[in-house]
Design a protein around this ligand. Sequence first.
Ligand SMILES: [Ca+2]
Ligand SMILES: [Ca+2]
Length: 213
Amino acid sequence: MKFICSILIFCVILFLPACSADEAARSTSTQDSAENLENNKTQQLHLCDVDGDGLDEIVVHQQIDAFGGAGQYLSRILKVDGEEICEIFNSGTSSSDGMFDTGFESEFLNGYKLKITNRHVNYSITIAISDRYADDFFDENGKGKRDISILCDSFMEFTPKDIDGDGVFEIECLQYVSLDGHADGIGYAKSALKLNTETQKFEVIQAEFVEDI
Ligand SMILES: [Ca+2]
Ligand SMILES: [Ca+2]
């Protein structure tokens, strides 16, 4: 399967225009395999420089399952080094629980409220939780009765963008957010990832929770 994916990636790359670091990311969406056509899954491919060496990396965003919240996705960044292809990011293996952790956390507040923060950046928002979830998560006085934190799904969007205009691309991400299961959706977590070239790890540099997109 990996071999087939590599062939597909390079076939698509062959038809992309030549590029330079100060252009917008070259992007394409493919639905060209029989399996993907059958399941209506989308693969997105972007070429852009995420590590600042002037050469493009390959950003691959694939839907791997249509079920569960907004679907399940795998996002990868590949670096071409001579004849070698090195994977420098994989959303499915970047943390111990098998999914990249963008650092969103939450706590219930009195009065049917939920406070959402982010470990990596100074961000906080307090939202009202609808009556729909009142009985499950709050007692009769509106006080949170369960010690849970929000669930952030895999990246439903994983899009390169040069946020600060320095020619090196960051990645804008979007995750479906729920309280205790996919049926308890409350909104979306937006974040931006940037490669730390010293640690060679991607770090969250922006974070925001939105109730609608
Ligand atoms: Ca590069
Ligand atoms: Ca940048």
